[in-house]
Design a binder for this molecule. Structure first.
Ligand code: SIN
Length: 320
């Protein structure tokens, strides 16, 4: 569908994945009891001034709550994004997505595609018919980033802030600005439709370009995420090791306390797992990159947070 008369040749593609930005509530003003992913992506953009006179096309890739994201949904998104990125008439892509797992999707897209054009994920914390929804402003800001000259790579735009795919993390269940980029800070802000940039656009993640293997796979390698905590014990790891060969875990991401430290019991069990051929990597429970130290029990992956380290290990094992 075209919105208005296209006055600019360059096209913006808006891909819909669902989420609260496409949420439908029984009562206007209900910001917690709604169905995520109910409103079609084209309807979200209807009447947005930022799209008037632009050449825009819409595609509904999925219509889901992002907590329920499946491999097939991600594969479809990677595939469609790849097709549109390769189209010379496309300037940038916007993806409407739920906030709950948007940080995982952002990391995955950047790692698999490392796009030279902007691939901008956006979202909302209030459903579409809320009394004062945040989605329309976030979508407008996302279009501003997707059409910003020189913009490139995967970013997450929410509440006027532009986050990088490696750092962005959802930190709050209710605020309309729920994301944080930790010590790295945001890449940019969007102010009245203008992008004020503070640091470089995202660079390729290590070992990018594995989209083919990802798209071909019927299942991902079996990688689980465990956490250390007070009174952590060995039995969850031993239970994983006891599984039948087809169910056998291939990788474990463990969230450490403090600076990647592990309870002694869990540490011992994970060393048994490693000796049995399971890849074990560590991340910090608090999400910050570990500060390397000689006795660090297991290697981290680029200081990634646990959910992103889980994807990084999964992709490593996919290639192994
Ligand atoms: C979701 O992640 O799809 C629901 C929650 C949200 O978008 O805020």
């Amino acid at each position: 569908m075209q919105v208005g008369e296209p006055t600019k040749a360059a096209r913006v593609v808006v891909l819909g994945m669902g989420g609260t930005i496409a949420g439908r509530a029984e009562r206007a003003g209900d910001n917690v009891g709604y169905d995520a992913g109910a409103v079609p992506v084209e309807d979200l953009a209807a009447g947005l001034p930022v799209l008037q006179g632009r050449n825009v096309s819409f595609e509904q890739v999925a219509q889901i709550n992002s907590k329920d994201m499946r491999l097939a949904d991600l594969q479809r998104l990677v595939d469609r994004a790849r097709v549109h990125l390769a189209d010379p008439s496309v300037q940038g892509i916007v993806v409407t997505h739920g906030t709950d797992t948007i940080e995982e999707t952002a990391y995955l897209l950047q790692t698999l595609l490392a796009p030279a054009k902007p691939l901008v994920l956006t979202c909302a914390m209030r459903p579409a018919p809320a009394g004062s929804p945040d989605g329309p402003q976030n979508l407008s800001d996302a279009v501003a980033v997707a059409t910003e000259p020189g913009a490139r790579g995967v970013v997450v735009v929410c509440a006027g802030r532009v986050h990088g795919p490696h750092e962005v993390a959802k930190q709050h269940p209710y605020r309309t600005d729920p994301f944080d980029s930790g010590d790295a800070g945001v890449i940019a802000q969007v102010e009245e439709g203008r992008v004020r940039r503070f640091r470089d656009w995202p660079v390729a993640a290590r070992r990018t370009g594995r989209a083919e293997a990802f798209l071909r796979a019927s299942a991902m390698p079996r990688v689980v995420w465990l956490s250390s905590h007070a009174d952590a014990q060995a039995w969850p790891v031993r239970a994983l090791l006891a599984a039948s060969p087809e169910q056998r875990v291939q990788g474990i991401v463990v969230s450490g306390t403090g600076n990647a430290s592990l309870h002694t019991e869990l540490d011992a069990a994970l060393r048994e797992a490693e000796a049995a051929g399971v890849r074990v990597v560590i991340a910090n429970r608090n999400g910050a990159p570990p500060v390397p130290y000689p006795q660090q029990p297991f290697a981290d992956i680029d200081g990634l947070s646990p959910p992103k380290a889980r994807w990084a290990l999964t992709l490593d094992l996919l290639e192994a």
